[in-house]
Design a protein around this ligand. Structure first.
Ligand SMILES: Cc1cc2nc3c(=O)[nH]c(=O)nc-3n(C[C@H](O)[C@H](O)[C@H](O)COP(=O)(O)O)c2cc1C
Length: 164
């Protein structure tokens, strides 16, 4: 395995849950990015960060000190090849293995500035009757939260780790 630890950044807990599930399945140690200074510089890691306006939180900082071998982005959008391609392009991954994991949305846990950032988006998503079931689910999530953390979504990450 080219990674010897899992490092993550999480604001409301969904990314932390994926990181902990991955740690349980691999036996690798799991640290929040603030604690990653406990790892020697250049340690090979799998990095997981939550998505904020298309950016993977903490990735730049993690790459300054650690050898990031693979990246997981955790967002609230449903997974699709288009989402994955767009995020890979936006985050300058330069060919690093990249995985998208659907996390959730917990508006009540959001720190103030992020709550403010989400207000116009929430209005845009919820301000009209839903056109289909998928939109109804997203509206409900924007209003009251949603949780899509799925252990099974880690299968491609585990397969990559086992083969690396
Ligand atoms: C300010 C803000 C911007 C967000 N931008 C995106 C985004 O671009 N794409 C996406 O899928 N989810 C986006 N989300 C949703 C979060 O990525 C999602 O809630 C994620 O699961 C949070 O992970 P955490 O609990 O580890 O913090 C955004 C959330 C906030 C608060």
């Amino acid at each position: 395995m080219t990674a010897s630890a899992i490092v993550y950044t999480s604001a409301t807990g969904f990314t932390a849950r994926y990181a902990q599930l991955l740690a349980r399945k691999t036996g690798l140690p799991c640290l929040a990015l603030e604690r990653a200074k406990e790892l020697p510089a250049g340690t090979g890691v799998v990095y997981l960060g939550w998505l904020c306006a298309g950016g993977i939180k903490g990735l730049k900082k993690a790459r300054k000190r650690l050898a990031v071998r693979a990246v997981c982005a955790v967002g609230m959008a449903p997974s699709s090849p288009e989402v994955v391609n767009k995020l890979a392009g936006q985050n300058h991954l330069e060919g690093l293995p990249f995985f998208y994991l659907r996390g959730g949305y917990a508006p009540e846990k959001l720190p103030g500035p992020y709550k403010l950032m989400m207000a116009p988006m929430t209005k845009a998503v919820t301000g009209h009757p839903p056109k289909d079931e998928n939109e109804a689910v997203m509206q409900e999530a924007f209003r009251h939260g949603g949780d899509w953390v799925d252990e099974g979504a880690l299968a491609p990450v585990l397969a990559w780790l086992e083969g690396s």
